[in-house]
Ligand binder design. Structure first.
Ligand code: SF4
Length: 390
């Protein structure tokens, strides 16, 4: 109880993130199971109105927090006009105390931005772009159901740099059926040569109810086997390091100083508030999820009902577990002193046996200040998490 009270004291003017969800896409990618839909453009205006109302409903509630990062994701936020996205950012600044140097990111799909829109975004206060490339080879982009070619990605980065953006990230996917090591390395080489500063690289997962899920069931392709997939991952980590993109999280790589502040807050189990359909929040010991459906979200807002679909109180024990589980996704692992200040007890005293066992298995290393995952630990992150769940 004492630890929790102390933490409540520390919570004054704590720094949190904001996430705003834009669920519209020009076309649904074949692998995507996110809250996003194609063909609902007619609802975009009503959705934005509803989003502003949801933001407005938080007015005055948040005097004790400062916003250190804002992330507008989706979906494809850049399907909206640049001016409307800037207006959305201004609403955030109206209702929350956004720090001068806050990281303000927006997800863009190549093919939905031009130089003018990118200039509008930069001038309007956005300072980081996250572009979905996924693969350099157009036949892989076709298979994934992307709307663009690598040329549109190159153009988008060029325009972004010309507009004055200095912090640009690209998403890549590996483990695409038939993808060779050479193709994967080409994707990394070409993407990093465009002038970006950050890469997120995720393994292709065939999720339920996606087009790829049905194609797989029909035998139209075979998933890459684990050994090959791990081979691509390791070769990617190595090449990215060579190109100056240091791994700081299992799937994320950045030039020095360009780590994503918004995502680091998630991985450090920090607090954030999400707005929009399907958005999640973790704030004041509550995890919440908004309703998924665009229609239901708009309708509930318009009649003054709550848009929260589920809510769970996070007790101390769960918070400890989640903090550890997330920390071992990070290269820096967990800081012992930080953990003790947050929870009021020593990690190494309470979990001495667990940590010894993980060290023996070669999954973590320990020094005076921290406990960090090894390269092998990144391959077996679930095993580390399960150890602490015990
Ligand atoms: S653009 Fe992104 S959110 Fe939209 S369908 Fe493709 S992967 Fe999903």
């Amino acid at each position: 109880m004492l630890a929790r009270n102390l933490r409540n004291e520390e919570n004054k003017m704590k720094k949190i993130g904001l996430y705003l969800h834009f669920p519209f896409c020009e076309q649904k990618c074949r692998y995507c199971d996110f809250s996003s839909w194609a063909g609902k453009e007619k609802q975009m205006d009503a959705y934005l109105d509803a989003l502003f109302q949801e933001l407005d409903s938080h007015k005055g509630d948040n005097q004790d927090v400062e916003i250190s990062s804002i992330f507008m994701g989706g979906g494809t936020p850049t399907l909206f006009h640049g001016e409307l996205l800037v207006k959305t950012l201004e609403k955030c600044k109206e209702y929350f105390d956004v720090l001068e140097d806050a990281e303000i990111s927006i997800e863009c799909n190549p093919g939905t931005v031009d130089k003018e829109k990118l200039s509008t975004l930069l001038e309007g206060g956005f300072n980081r772009l996250s572009l979905g490339l996924q693969a350099w080879q157009d036949h892989h982009l076709d298979f994934l159901g992307r709307i663009h070619r690598h040329k549109e990605f190159e153009d988008s980065v060029k325009w972004a740099l010309e507009a004055g953006f200095t912090n640009i990230s690209a998403d890549l996917i590996f483990g695409i059926p038939g993808q060779t090591v050479e193709e994967w390395q080409e994707s990394i080489e070409k993407a990093t040569a465009t002038g970006i500063n950050h890469i997120s690289a995720y393994s292709l997962k065939v999720e339920e109810d996606t087009v790829l899920y049905h194609w797989k069931a029909q035998g139209r392709f075979q998933e890459m086997d684990d050994e090959q997939e791990r081979g691509l991952y390791h070769s990617g980590v190595h090449l990215l390091e060579e190109r100056g993109f240091k791994q700081y999280e299992i799937s994320n790589f950045a030039q020095a100083g360009y780590e994503s502040r918004h995502n680091l807050n998630y991985w450090k189990n920090g607090e954030y508030i999400g707005f929009g359909c399907g958005a999640h929040s973790y704030y004041k010991s509550l995890r919440r999820a908004n309703v998924q459906s665009v229609e239901e979200y708009i309708q509930r807002i318009n009649v003054g009902h709550s848009v929260i679909a589920s809510q769970e109180e996070i007790d101390n024990e769960t918070e400890v577990f989640e903090t550890l589980m997330l920390a071992f996704r990070l290269n820096e692992g967990i800081n012992k002193q930080g953990f003790a200040s947050r929870f009021g007890f020593s990690l190494t005293d309470k979990y001495a046996n667990h940590i010894e066992e993980l060290k023996k298995q070669g999954l973590v290393v320990e020094d005076e200040h921290s406990i960090r995952p090894t390269a092998l630990g990144f391959d077996f992150e679930n095993r580390i998490a399960l150890t602490f769940l015990d």
